[in-house]
Write a protein that binds this ligand. Structure first.
Ligand SMILES: CC(=O)SCCNC(=O)CCNC(=O)[C@H](O)C(C)(C)COP(=O)(O)OP(=O)(O)OC[C@H]1O[C@@H](n2cnc3c(N)ncnc32)[C@H](O)[C@@H]1OP(=O)(O)O
Ligand SMILES: CC(C)C(=O)C(=O)O
Ligand SMILES: [Mg+2]
Length: 552
């Protein structure tokens, strides 16, 4: 790798512009403009069909976008026909403004206006590149000539809008802004604004694209602040940003840019767009949401959005994509699962006003995800908290803490050996196979009790070992389970202490069943566990005991 080949291609503002750095949060949603149907579309291997664009447009309206860049009508027949379809089939709600993009070239602008005929609310977005590199290599023009392209374009927009008798709003982008000297970008934007003479009821949009993201986000924020402080007609200008993601900081560009004075963000769902994509509006919006600020966009059915996006664009969403990837709420690791399970219990018990569950920045159910499938997932990295949480929340089993630990080691070991994740139903089956009603080698065939004096009980226990002859033993105890335990110890010369007994009703079971959990400590100090399930709690506890004995 030849690092000498590269150098900085951005320009800091002529004066320090870092007021934005004093702020720590965004307190109000910006105006959002979706550019999915234009910038997103122009980045696809196969651009969307007219039908797909119509469906995507409806989805964007449903999400709540009030400004939607629907395309570059002069680019292709599909783009042109798409806009005509929206207009002619009256598909644009009254509170939604469509935006169209055009180069600052006369025939392209004229074709764009032709496509707009009959449209009530539109933003006409004109751009030309202003960066040093593009002036030098692409346009081969002086600063004055590049400014002239912008001004001529701006004039034609005004003229054609007046001619059409419409009140379209205008947007200008100094394309490649991030590679442009800020003073020069300012000069061009102000010259365009002089043409448009924006007013309070017909504001102009100045859009500062990080066409290619060339710097750290604080540099971009400083450039934005410089523009915000020095643009003419500032009160009548909507300052818009259009971040791309070349260095992976598109979201930070948008957020810091808002702190620096931007009023509006152009971006796409899931960050689709050229090269590494446009800024992901879902992430910027959800980042606000997770700090208690209403993003004014509805992401409550994220699975539906993901599915629709993937089918329209042919793109796939990265499993780690913030808020929407399949794995972004998943905790496989033991300590995280433990903390999440405890945090969820805390929420249930204390019902606090705000969400505080560790490791889950938001409640997954807010965006249509669910705890069972998305959060606690079991593999060889998992621990007792996670396994216990799944058995409790999904199957109503409230295992004693130490038994959860034993169950979790069983699950880890199976996952490790099979080298796979275990689904909740597989964990439940594993629990049943390992810890529930295990009847070999010891098996009890029948038990009878007799009440003795002073609360003591006598048990008559008929049992066998490894399928052999049945034998009957009698023993006393201070309770039924204790008496059975003593009979078995006596019959087979077993040595252990009964150290744990708990039981509860099985709420999720169709018939009225109870489950008992028994833990015994063997002479080597090892704990062994069993569970028994039966409508009769005594029977359940005896089965639990026998299982614990069998689980050597
Ligand atoms: C960063 C962005 O996303 S910008 C948007 C990019 N999106 C697109 O370009 C998609 C749609 N574009 C297209 O379909 C085509 O480019 C069209 C139909 C608009 C124009 O097609 P063509 O005229 O055949 O080609 P092309 O765009 O390459 O034209 C390049 C010429 O336009 C000039 N030009 C490019 N952009 C602009 C602009 N914004 N304003 C003025 N002139 C421009 C170039 O300097 C070049 O000039 P030259 O012919 O004197 O060398
Ligand atoms: C047309 C402009 C706004 C653009 O898409 C970009 O610069 O990235
Ligand atoms: Mg772009």
């Amino acid at each position: 790798m030849n690092v000498k080949k590269y150098q900085k291609q951005y320009y800091m503002p002529p004066v320090p512009c870092m007021d934005w750095a004093e702020k720590d949060s965004i307190d109000k949603a910006p105006v959002w403009c979706s550019v999915d149907l234009r910038d997103g579309n122009q980045a696809l291997v196969i651009p969307m069909s007219l039908e797909q664009k119509v469906e995507f447009f409806k989805l964007l309206v449903e999400v709540g976008f009030k400004e939607i860049e629907v395309g570059f009508p002069a680019a292709s027949e599909t783009e042109y026909e798409f806009l005509r379809t929206l207009i002619e089939h009256d598909l644009i709600p009254d509170d939604v403004t469509v935006q169209v993009l055009t180069q600052a070239r006369e025939h392209i602008i004229r074709k764009t206006f032709k496509a707009l005929k009959g449209c009530k609310n539109a933003i006409v977005h004109v751009y030309n590149s202003t960066s040093y590199a593009q002036r030098q290599q692409v346009f081969k023009k002086s600063k004055e000539d590049i400014l002239k392209i912008a001004v001529e374009g701006a004039k034609l927009l005004k003229e054609l809008t007046e001619e059409a008798g419409e009140k379209y709003r205008f947007e200008y982008s100094p394309e490649s802004f991030t590679g442009t000297e800020p003073e020069y970008a300012l000069e061009v934007c102000n010259a365009v604004l002089d043409v448009w003479q924006p007013t309070a009821d017909r504001k102009a949009i100045i859009n500062l694209p990080s066409t290619v993201e060339l710097s750290m986000p604080h540099v971009y924020a400083s450039q934005v602040e410089y523009m915000s402080k020095n643009l003419k007609y500032r009160d009548n200008v909507v300052l818009s940003l259009h971040p791309h993601n070349d260095r992976g900081c598109g979201v930070s560009d948008a957020e810091m840019g808002i702190l620096a004075g931007a009023d509006r963000i152009e971006g796409t769902l899931f960050g689709n767009g050229e090269r590494t994509g446009n800024v992901d509006i879902i992430t910027v919006g959800m980042n606000m949401y997770m700090q208690g600020v209403d993003p004014e966009l509805d992401f409550s059915d994220m699975p539906k959005l993901c599915h629709a996006f993937e089918s329209f664009t042919g793109m796939s969403i990265n499993p780690r994509s913030p808020y929407c990837g399949s794995l972004v709420f998943a905790a496989f690791s033991g300590s995280h699962q433990d903390a999440i399970a405890k945090g969820m219990h805390w929420i249930e018990e204390k019902a606090p006003d705000t969400w505080t569950v560790p490791y889950l920045p938001i409640d997954p159910t807010d965006i249509g995800r669910n705890y069972d499938a998305d959060v606690i997932r079991i593999n060889s990295q998992s621990g007792k908290g996670g396994v216990g949480y799944i058995l409790e929340t999904k199957y109503g089993l409230n295992l004693p803490a130490k038994m959860r630990e034993a169950m979790s080691y069983t699950a880890k070991s199976v996952s490790d050996h099979l080298h796979k994740e275990l689904r909740p139903d597989e964990i439940f089956e594993l629990f049943k196979d390992t810890f529930e009603n295990v009847t070999t080698p010891y098996n009890i065939n029948g038990v009878h009790f007799k009440q003795l004096d002073e609360g003591r009980i006598e048990a008559q226990v008929t049992s066998n070992y490894e399928g052999g002859e049945y034998a009957t033993a009698y023993a006393e105890g201070n309770g039924r389970l204790n008496a059975v335990s003593n009979a078995l110890k006596q019959q087979y010369n077993l040595q252990y202490d009964l150290v744990s007994y708990t039981e509860h009703a099985l709420e999720q079971s169709s018939s009225a069943q109870a489950i008992a959990y028994v833990g015994i400590k063997k002479p080597d100090g090892i704990l062994s566990w069993g569970a028994g399930v039966d409508p009769d709690i005594i029977r359940a506890s005896i089965d639990a005991l026998v299982t614990a004995i069998n689980n050597r």
